[in-house]
Write a protein that binds this ligand. Structure first.
Ligand SMILES: Nc1nc2c(c(=O)[nH]1)N[C@@H](CN(C=O)c1ccc(C(=O)N[C@@H](CCC(=O)O)C(=O)O)cc1)CN2
Ligand SMILES: NCC(=O)N[C@@H]1O[C@H](COP(=O)([O-])[O-])[C@@H](O)[C@H]1O
Length: 198
């Protein structure tokens, strides 16, 4: 069985979209792939309850309990390794990961970012797009590298920015697209991996 570990910090709707797709498409039986665990750096992340509803193991490791990014990342890596993942998925995980952590998972660590990278790296992407007068916005699935939001782009989806959009209305429109492209990107990762091993 090939394991996926998903890291979250909040509501976990992208995690749930992946778990729901895995369930609906019978990934464990058909692909030999399963979501083995969901790990949050926030004890109150709503996504933890969602994961439990899917019968997925959950874990919490608060970054506040560590003196440095490096020590947090080392402890996080140990928790992830307990599930021996072939793929680590960041889904609303809101911590910048250290180069050592990223190096360990190079090529099998992905993220979804709510902008059309390379535009609007970092935070508050929706408001920044509105403030700039963008007519389109969107979301990007990318490989995670040490440089924030700069890894190889794997998938993107575009949405219109409407005249009276707020950050919340734009975020909701983007989220709908994220729930479609992220599960597809995860499935494609394993399909490509299978082809490369053939
Ligand atoms: N080394 C990398 N780490 C992470 C990446 C990446 O590409 N390389 N992607 C991010 C996800 N992300 C945007 O998609 C992102 C997450 C968090 C932050 C950030 O500034 N975090 C602050 C804390 C913010 C908070 O706790 O609310 C921080 O870590 O100090 C920017 C972009 C995941 N990690
Ligand atoms: N920089 C990272 C970032 O902002 N990620 C964004 O957080 C949301 C998570 O929602 P979810 O917790 O419901 O999946 C998603 O829109 C994702 O693109």
């Amino acid at each position: 069985m090939k394991n996926i570990v998903i890291l979250i910090s909040g509501s976990g709707s992208n995690m749930a979209a992946i778990a729901r797709t895995a369930q609906k498409e019978h990934w464990p039986d058909k692909l030999g792939v399963r979501v083995a665990a969901v790990i949050s750096n926030k004890p109150d992340a709503g996504g933890l309850a969602l994961a439990r509803d899917f019968g997925i193991a959950t874990d919490v490791l608060s970054h506040r309990d560590f003196a440095s990014r490096e020590t947090f990342d080392a402890a996080l890596l140990a928790r992830i390794e307990a599930h021996a993942p072939q793929l680590v998925v960041l889904a609303g995980f809101m911590r910048i990961l250290t180069p050592g952590f990223v190096e360990h998972y190079a090529g099998r660590l992905i993220n979804i970012h709510p902008s059309l990278l390379p535009a609007f790296t970092g935070l508050h992407t929706h408001q920044r797009a509105i403030d700039m007068g963008c007519k389109v916005a969107g979301t990007t699935v990318h490989q995670v590298t040490a440089e924030l939001d700069h890894g190889e782009i794997l998938a993107q989806a575009v949405v219109p920015v409407l005249p009276f959009d707020t950050a919340d209305t734009l975020a909701a429109r983007i989220l709908t697209q994220e729930h479609l492209i992220y599960p597809q990107a995860v499935r494609a990762f394993f399909a490509l991996k299978k082809l490369s091993e053939a």
